[in-house]
Design a protein. Structure first.
Lengths: 562, 125
């Protein structure tokens, strides 16, 4: 029996031991579970923190980019403003030089030459700053052309020779026989060589400066190598490292001794890279420097269409976005590219017109307040061009604003003096759609203009009613619906904008096509007035993007195949 | 010597250039905007036009386009005056029909060369 008891006791012990073990296991499991939960929480918080930090960083980056762009814009504007008075200083000192020579006053000559020389030096510096700010703002453009390399070298040589001679240096040009032609941005290549040569001249005394050029044949396209070597003071490794950075010369004392802003080489390298080339340098203190410039012999320009990063095939058509504000442009591009449109951007009125002529887009979105050529002038040029006048245009800055809906409500623009053929064309287009009864209402405060329009229209078979201002116009409309309205913008009492707004506010009048008649060349007063008007609206804040998209899509759908 | 129509809205620039051209025996007619330039080109029939491009009322590009579109003024050579390094302006001025261009600040000798080359009689008529 004792054997059984013994067994039972052992069993009992084992049971207890297992229970204890289970309890421990349970305890451990719980601990692990809790640790896991804590870990997950920590992890989650960490992710949250990372996300939050990422958002903050992105915002900070955007802010920095904006600030940098603002700085570049400021520099560009400032440089431009500085140049105007400087040009006057240089010009008048030159005039005085000529007059001093005529009057036989040689004593004045050397002082006047100093004023003139200092002015030209300052102008050079300002131009460098302007170039650099343009590069940094991404506004430096490339204009490739084909030119004869030896001819370009001769030109550079002639320009630089006086500067080289100043320090008792000799210029040697070594042009290989097979240079022939290259296609690149001539102005930038010339400026680059000029920069390197004037640097060499600055840091070399009674030495030799060599300008070499040769063709480097390659299967995937030849390159042209330019070499500028001097026997000047040379540079240390430390100096070489900082060489191509903006605003950095070897050291401050160099700047004092040799002058210059230290912008030349930074610009040089930017230019080379823009032209798909590279610039390199070898130098040792006391042994002179050799700058080598390698550029493709044929610069390949990216297609204008490739500027749209989407590269979408543009199934829906081509949209030209004209706006000086980059954010707006990019926003619109993203918006429309996503919908299958091909989008091309223009940074200002002038470029917009050029691209419109070149690309013939299916629709255009147009900003009104732009620094170079304002939207009104662009609109006018578009509507005046028989080849472009049918491209629908949306004025972006004022879109979605009820007050200014006239811009979309106005069916057409014609300009004074009115061309009868164009007027007939416009009316045929807009009035037929309105099922006209053959009556056109002319609204203009100028009796002569009304008279001329009346005769022109009568000749074309229209019945004409007249109104001298907006109020009279509305009165007339109360008595019957014309097929179209010709509306002057600048009128006393109630101007064209208010009139349009009033017309559009009444459901039964809304469909009457309104053709806005404006002076071909807006007077200063009118331009100011329009700009003020547009700006006032612009400040009212963001337009509704979905409305804009709807509008453009509507126009695209409506477009007449060319 | 030639009769030159100088179109420039900046008073100092206009005065400088006009004095220097007069000194060299040219007769200078001045306009301060594109529209006035069109009118003077038609009434004065200058031998050559120096045209600033950024002008009020009607800019230099448009003014040139119109000059070149009218039979009466089409043959008058136009030299565009553009700001430094504004290659876009240069391209656009040639596109608009300008016969040549020069950059501001004007280097008088270079400009006189260009003027002489464009005058039918080599600058003596």
């Amino acid at each position: 029996m004792s054997g059984i008891e013994q067994l039972e006791r052992r069993l009992e012990r084992e049971k207890r031991a297992r229970k204890a073990a289970e309890a421990i296991a349970e305890e451990k499991t719980r601990e692990i579970y809790e640790a896991n939960v804590r870990l997950q929480q920590l992890n989650g918080r960490l992710e949250e923190l990372v996300q939050q930090r990422t958002v903050e960083l992105a915002a900070a980056r955007d802010e920095a980019v904006r600030a940098s762009r603002a700085k570049s814009d400021f520099l560009a504007n400032m440089s431009h403003e500085l140049r105007t008075p400087l040009n006057a200083i240089i010009g008048y000192s030159e005039i005085l030089l000529e007059e001093a020579a005529e009057l036989g006053q040689p004593a004045l000559r050397s002082d006047l030459e100093k004023i003139c020389g200092a002015g030209r030096h300052l102008l050079g510096l300002i131009n460098d700053i302007l170039d650099l700010s343009k590069i940094e703002a991404g506004r430096m453009e490339i204009f490739p052309e084909t030119f004869v390399v030896p001819g370009m070298l001769a030109e550079v040589q002639a320009t630089i020779e006086p500067l080289v001679a100043k320090n008792g240096n000799r210029l040697v040009v070594e042009a290989a026989a097979d240079l022939a032609e290259m296609r690149s941005d001539l102005t930038k290549v010339r400026q680059t060589l000029f920069n390197l040569l004037s640097n060499a001249a600055k840091f070399t005394r009674s030495g030799t400066i060599t300008l070499g050029a040769r063709r480097l044949p390659a299967a995937d396209g030849d390159h042209i190598e330019f070499r500028v070597a001097d026997t000047g003071i040379g540079m240390t490794d430390e100096q070489l490292r900082k060489l191509f950075q903006a605003f950095s010369q070897a050291d401050a004392s160099t700047a004092r001794r040799y002058g210059g802003t230290g912008l030349g080489l930074a610009i040089t390298r930017h230019f080379c890279r823009m032209l798909d080339g590279e610039v390199s340098v070898e130098s040792r203190p006391g042994e002179g420097s050799v700058f080598t410039l390698v550029l493709p012999a044929r610069y390949c320009e990216p297609e204008a269409a490739e500027r749209a990063p989407t590269g979408a095939p543009g199934r829906q058509g081509l949209l030209l976005v004209i706006d000086d504000d980059r954010t707006t442009r990019e926003l619109l591009e993203a918006e429309f590219a996503g919908r299958g449109y091909r989008v091309v951007q223009a940074v200002g009125g002038a470029e917009g017109l050029r691209l419109a002529r070149q690309l013939r887009p299916d629709a255009i979105t147009l900003d009104i307040v732009m620094p170079d050529v304002d939207g009104w002038s662009v609109l006018r040029s578009l509507k005046d061009d028989p080849e472009l006048c049918r491209i629908p245009v949306v004025l972006v800055t004022i879109l979605g604003d009820r007050e200014m809906a006239y811009a979309l409500g106005a069916a057409e623009f014609v300009t004074k003096p009115v061309d009868p053929a164009r007027l007939a064309d416009v009316l045929a287009r807009v009035a037929s759609a309105a099922r006209g009864e053959g009556e056109v209402l002319v609204v203009d405060d100028d009796t002569v203009t009304r008279e001329v329009l009346r005769r022109t229209l009568a000749k074309q078979g229209w019945r004409v009613t007249e109104a001298a201002d907006g109020r009279e116009c509305l009165e007339r409309l109360g008595r019957g619906r014309p097929a179209a309205i010709l509306l002057d913008l600048m009128m006393p009492a109630m101007d064209g904008f208010e009139t349009l707004e009033a017309i559009r506010a009444r459901a039964e009048w809304r469909a009457i096509p309104v053709v806005v008649v404006t002076a071909k060349d807006l007077s200063r007063e009118e331009t100011e007035w329009l700009t003020r008007h547009a700006e006032a609206v612009f400040q009212k804040g963001a337009y509704d993007r979905s409305e804009l998209i709807d509008e453009v899509e509507r126009m695209m759908a409506r477009r007449v195949p060319a | 010597m030639a009769k030159i129509l100088l179109v420039e809205d900046n008073e100092l620039n206009r005065d400088m250039l006009s004095r220097r051209l007069s000194r060299r025996g040219h007769q200078v007619v001045e306009a301060t905007d594109g529209e006035a330039a069109l009118a003077l080109a038609a009434s004065e029939r200058p031998d050559l036009i120096l045209m600033d491009m950024s002008l009020p009322v009607l800019d230099g590009w448009e003014a040139t386009r119109r000059l070149k579109a009218m039979p009466a003024t089409r043959t008058i050579p136009v030299i565009a005056l553009t700001a430094h390094a504004m290659v876009t302006d240069r391209e656009r001025s040639l596109e608009a029909g300008c016969d040549d261009f020069d950059t501001k600040p004007v280097e008088i000798e270079r400009l006189l060369d260009k003027i002489a080359r464009l005058l039918p009689t080599g600058g003596t008529g």
